[in-house]
Design a protein around this ligand. Structure first.
Ligand SMILES: [Zn+2]
Length: 631
């Protein structure tokens, strides 16, 4: 059977190419949604020498689309099992499986150099960045791919010839500013994000970035209004009122009394927001509600007897209050029984009831349309369906790209997009020419340099390493020295060697304005020169800025580009389509994400000049191939 199939491919490919395929050595990174399809395709196309690497083990939820796995494989290594299953298609293939992280130092430059082609079937940006750099360093062609729902793409990256994965900053998932969530929601999703944060504050793991109480530092409310609000807060504290610092402690003290919780969240906090009067000059002010009066409406309303429709019907405010009360009781019991923090799960009825009711009461207060439990579940669960056929199509395209590479026809390689709707020429698959490298790319330029604005008197070596070099610039284990002629070492990748430097500031090492730092990641074979520009007027909470980034978008400014990017890709968007692939994100706490967002705006402006460019670069950043994107 297998031999017969290979014979067919030999006839299709011709003896020359089929021989090259048989003699080539390829690496497949990731054995999940795309990887399973790809490995099957590879062995059937006649690839014989294949290495597979994946860190994950098989989960039940994978079985509906990762067809190399069966129920009995749950808990086992994806790499190992995919190897065993694929060998059944072609026992002659030589497949080496690694249950491991591709970012581990075991897979260095020499490892990558042994392959003719590397194929990514990954689901996260960090690993994609890393493999991109390794393939550039080893000068091995890389086929990069991704899917999100019905959308997908496959492209080729070749050092010096095409753009690399990092030549254009990638759109980040849609984010909402903290003050929109806490103070001035205007869309249902803002209330849903708030309700999920509230769940975590009350029952889950506390996260300072998920604060739900009014934000007194809202830039829009500063000035006298802000002061007034702070004074009010002080007064409340003084008079034994609510301590806003810890919602959790307070909830525990009142024994999770649903009525008290309700009145604090939907009455007192709302009144407090109203006292920040600047916020309401151009907005409809919220209307506080209290538990008792909202429940009075309860009897007058007809209840829908048909439970089957409960999920798809929008509850009235009094029903929401009732559901809120019941779900708080249930979750409180769960918390006591388990003795540990709860983790929000869209499939847990009480968790879903809580978020639906709390989000809807808040929406009601802010005159925002309320949503059915069904809709809230889709929006709160960040659901992007993973579709087996999309993965199958994309993995087919990956093999086509690999065949073109192996036959030396790089000019035939394209970036191919799988769209949801046919384009005007009735094509679902749209090829675009590969774009040459961006000479300013901070990864693939000949001598990558970047200018960073930071306060040398306050930025610590630790922040330089963690926030800037690792988070922002994607390094794994950087060494940093000062280009001062002496090569003074700031950070060493050798464990413990420069630990004492971490809490110190750059200034303590005489790094001031116009200093140059050389950051070197040995594993990635990647050096980046940082040109330091001292700034002492950075906004609060901003540790550094990277040249080319635009200032932070205003809370009520234009939408971040994520949805635009998808519309662009869709070519002919259908109303409501973007919602299907909408990724709901929490407000961006980290500088990294904010920086990406700003980059994105720059890029958007550039992209307007060239529609083809826009198509190529407007690619979802993290095309996860999992069914739920958890952020
Ligand atoms: Zn590049």
């Amino acid at each position: 059977m297998a031999t017969a199939t290979c014979e067919i491919y030999r006839k299709v490919l011709g003896s020359d190419l089929s021989q090259r395929v048989g003699n080539s050595k390829v690496l497949m990174v990731g054995a999940g949604g795309i990887g399973c399809e790809l490995l099957k395709n590879l062995v059937l196309t006649g690839f014989k020498d294949i290495e597979v690497i994946d860190l994950d083990t098989i989960d039940v939820s994978n079985l509906n689309r990762q067809f190399l796995f069966q129920k009995r494989h749950v808990g086992k290594s994806k790499a190992q099992v995919s190897r065993e299953s694929a060998l059944q298609f072609n026992p002659d293939a030589n497949i080496k499986a690694h249950h491991d992280n591709i970012m581990s130092p075991d897979y260095g430059l020499d490892y990558f150099k042994q392959f003719d082609v590397v194929m990514n079937a990954l689901d996260n940006k960090a690993a994609r960045n890393h493999v991109n750099r390794m393939c550039l360093a080893a000068d091995v062609p890389l086929v990069e791919s991704g899917t999100a729902g019905y959308l997908g793409q496959a492209t080729v990256i070749k050092k010096g010839v095409t753009e690399c994965y990092e030549c254009q900053p990638k759109p980040t998932q849609k984010t909402f500013p903290g003050c929109t969530i806490r103070n001035t929601p205007s869309e249902p999703i803002h209330c849903i994000v708030w309700a999920k944060h509230l769940f975590n504050q009350l029952f889950g793991e506390a996260d300072a970035d998920e604060e739900v109480s009014p934000d007194t530092e809202d830039p829009e409310a500063v000035g006298t209004a802000g002061e007034k609000a702070v004074q009010n807060q002080e007064k409340e504290r003084g008079s034994g009122g609510i301590e806003r610092a810890s919602t959790r402690t307070w909830a525990e003290e009142i024994g999770y009394d649903p009525e008290k919780l309700f009145n604090k969240l939907f009455n007192e906090d709302i009144k407090y927001l109203l006292s920040m009067d600047k916020l309401w000059k151009k907005r409809k002010p919220p209307v506080p509600v209290d538990f008792e009066s909202i429940r009075k409406g309860c009897d007058t309303n007809e209840k829908d007897a048909d439970n089957g429709l409960q999920d798809q019907r929008v509850w009235s405010p009094d029903e929401c209050a009732e559901v809120f009360s019941q779900s708080v009781d249930t979750l409180k019991k769960q918390l006591l029984t388990r003795g540990e923090d709860l983790v929000w799960d869209k499939d847990d009825p009480a968790s879903m009831d809580f978020v639906t009711s709390a989000a809807n009461i808040r929406a009601h207060i802010f005159s925002i349309p309320m949503k059915s439990r069904f809709d809230v579940k889709a929006m709160a669960g960040n659901i992007i369906p993973a579709i087996a056929t999309t993965n199958a199509i994309i993995s087919g395209l990956i093999v086509m790209q690999a065949l073109n590479i192996l036959s030396g026809k790089l000019d035939k390689c394209k970036t191919i997009y799988l769209n949801r709707q046919p384009n005007p020429r009735k094509k679902l698959l749209v090829p675009c020419n590969l774009v040459p490298p961006n000479p300013k790319c901070y990864v693939c330029a000949a001598k990558p340099e970047v200018t960073v604005f930071l306060n040398t008197e306050t930025l610590t070596i630790k922040a330089l390493e963690e926030k800037m070099l690792k988070e922002r610039f994607g390094m794994v284990a950087p060494d940093v020295e000062i280009e001062d002629g002496k090569g003074s070492i700031l950070i060493s990748s050798e464990e413990g060697e420069t630990d004492e430097n971490l809490p110190k500031t750059l200034r303590e090492f005489h790094v001031g304005n116009s200093a140059r730092l050389k950051a070197d990641d040995f594993l990635q074979n990647y050096q980046l020169i940082l040109n330091v520009v001292h700034r002492d007027d950075l906004e609060d909470g901003v540790e550094f800025e990277v040249e080319g980034d635009l200032p932070e978008p205003k809370p009520d400014g234009p939408e971040p580009a994520a949805s635009t990017a998808l519309e662009e890709r869709e070519n002919q968007p259908v109303a409501g389509d973007t919602e299907e692939v909408m990724v709901v994100d929490e407000p961006a706490p980290s500088r990294k994400r904010k920086a990406d967002e700003s980059e994105l705006q720059t890029r958007e402006q550039q992209d307007l000049k060239s529609s083809k460019r826009a198509r190529v670069s407007n690619v979802p950043a993290d095309e996860d191939d999992d069914d739920i994107i958890v952020l």
